[in-house]
Design a protein around this ligand. Structure first.
Ligand code: DC
Length: 220
């Protein structure tokens, strides 16, 4: 029996992949995996437990003990609702530090693959097409210039009533890009069979439509 289809959507931070991926999943009636949320949960849990973000082995041992659940657009960690808590810049930066460790990445593989359920899955992250779902029926790499991404992040934060400085956001984002791309384990790379979609000048709707069109042609 063949496995349910996967659409892998990878890209750098604030490239719009989360928004695009969840809308594509909604349109197709597919499940959705926000893999970045898992790294953010590890960042939050390890911070709470006082585990050094540089201690890969200890972080790897922590992961099987975590109780993680996604339900109705809410995320729970050990019974506590942490949907917004994991979205801060501080947790995002820490997530990119913990994600460097092979022990952490390995401990999250099976959990990520368990989201592959009928009728299909849209998964977003950094290594969905290259490592976690190499047999994805469609691999998309979303990009946008660093300044376009910083500006999007700025608008999102301001809309949520969170104060932010554009220059700081740009600097954080460049720092994370550098760390996510240069790490040894599953770095942010464009899978060789991925379709690159530059979104700086695309609306969300245009990006969603492009991905859906690509999917239709890939299964035709
Ligand atoms: O997509 P995001 O900003 O929520 O991800 C937070 C961090 O998690 C990101 O800086 C790197 C890491 N990450 C990863 O290494 N691999 C993934 N598949 C997803 C996220």
């Amino acid at each position: 029996m063949s496995l349910p289809p996967v659409i892998a959507i990878d890209g750098p931070t604030a490239s719009g992949k989360g928004t695009v991926a969840s809308l594509v999943a909604q349109k197709l009636g597919f499940h959705y995996l926000d893999s970045g949320a898992l790294y953010r949960l590890v960042a939050l849990a390890s911070e709470k437990q006082g585990i050094d973000s540089k201690n890969g082995p200890e972080l790897g041992l922590l992961i099987p003990k975590l109780l993680i659940s996604f339900s109705n657009h809410q995320i729970f960690l050990n019974g506590e609702e942490v949907t917004d808590t994991i979205r801060t810049e501080n947790i995002g930066l820490r997530a990119s530090v913990v994600a460097v460790h092979p022990e952490v990445r390995l401990a999250l593989v099976d959990l990520q693959r368990s989201f592959r359920q009928s009728p299909g899955l849209v998964a977003d992250g950094r290594d969905m097409g290259s490592v976690i779902f190499p047999d994805a029926v469609l691999k998309v790499f979303l990009t946008a210039t660093a300044s376009a991404r910083a500006e999007r992040r700025y608008k999102q934060l301001i809309a949520k009533g969170i104060s932010a400085k554009l220059s700081d956001l740009l600097q954080d984002l460049q720092e994370r890009d550098a760390r996510d791309s240069s790490r040894g384990a599953a770095p942010l790379i464009i899978a060789k069979d991925a379709k690159v979609l530059e979104t700086s000048d695309l609306s969300i709707d245009q990006a969603v439509k492009t991905v859906l069109d690509c999917y239709q042609s890939s299964i035709a």
